[in-house]
Design a protein around this ligand. Structure first.
Ligand code: PAF
Length: 284
């Protein structure tokens, strides 16, 4: 596995490996867990024997708000590289410095003005602009044919599909289903911040979403959000940031299920300073 620390090294690697297609990208911020590694496995299936997998590890500063966890974000690079190696990744691009990605006087960024108005975009107003900008840069830098993103970040996935559509980027977007701990908690690099008490309570998010999906499927749409709220509030350390039911494609809030249109129930919940997100699909 090649480890590339600079844009110049990456460009050399691209030239040397130009014919090994398809090239499949797995973009990450590191602190890799089984959820990320399942994305690498999906990438391998897509790449086949002739193709290559490139994983990027970059804690992107522009997607963190001023009071968020940029400095505290875990950066266990050596352990991450070992995990990539054991999952058949061909090259890791792990820029040694932010200046590899952002010029100090960078003045161009990408903004999304519709899908990011609700859910995480409402509480993190600059987040998706940072995500769109860095993902477009990573696509330009790594030149993939396809890229794999996890469904836990459902809003991010929808926005990246829109990014690719609206900027005519020649990259196929592949979704990976959420990987969960045995008690249902969605895997996330941020789970490592949870105190033992918070960790014990956090699976309530998935339980609440599951009950709500079942309630909607029984035709009781109006009761569902109240049910999620009540269930999550039964955990003493949980503070709800949002719970919304949205159209799975437009991400706009809905007040009933239109037959045939998939919907998503999504929640963000604080345990102390740690903000966890999860979502579940509802379909008729
Ligand atoms: O999902 C993530 O880890 C990040 O948002 C991404 C897509 C790697 C962009 O920094």
């Amino acid at each position: 596995m090649d480890v590339l620390k600079t844009v110049a090294e990456l460009r050399d690697w691209n030239r040397a490996n130009g014919g090994n297609r398809p090239r499949v990208l797995v973009p990450t911020m590191g602190a890799l867990h089984d959820g990320h590694l399942s994305l690498c496995d999906i990438a391998r299936k897509k790449a086949g024997m002739t193709g290559t997998i490139v994983t990027t590890i970059f804690v992107n500063p522009t997607q963190f708000g001023p009071n968020e966890d940029l400095d505290a974000y875990p950066r266990p690079l050596e352990a991450d590289l070992e995990k990539c190696r054991s999952h058949g990744v061909d090259a890791v691009f792990a820029p040694s410095d932010n200046s590899e990605i952002y010029a100090s006087d960078a003045s161009i960024s990408i903004s999304e003005t519709s899908l990011s108005n609700h859910l995480c975009g409402a509480s993190r107003p600059t987040h998706f602009s940072g995500v769109c900008t860095v993902v477009a840069k990573l696509f330009n830098l790594t030149q993939p044919d396809a890229a794999v993103f996890g469904e836990k970040d459902f809003q991010q996935l929808a926005i990246i599909r829109r990014l690719v559509r609206d900027l005519n980027l020649p990259v196929e977007i592949i979704a990976g289903t959420t990987v969960r701990e045995s008690d249902g908690l969605a895997m996330s690099s941020r789970n490592a911040y949870l105190s033992p008490q918070a960790r014990a309570q956090a699976p309530i998010i998935r339980q609440a979403l599951g009950h709500a999906a079942a309630t909607i499927q029984q035709g009781k749409f109006d009761e569902s959000i109240g049910l999620v709220r009540k269930t999550i509030e039964s955990a003493p350390l949980a503070k709800i940031d949002y719970i919304e039911i949205v159209d799975a494609e437009t991400l706009q809030p809905i007040s009933n299920l239109e037959s045939g249109r998939p919907a998503r129930i999504a929640a963000a919940v604080f345990f102390g300073k740690t903000r966890l997100i999860d979502n579940i699909g509802v379909e008729f």
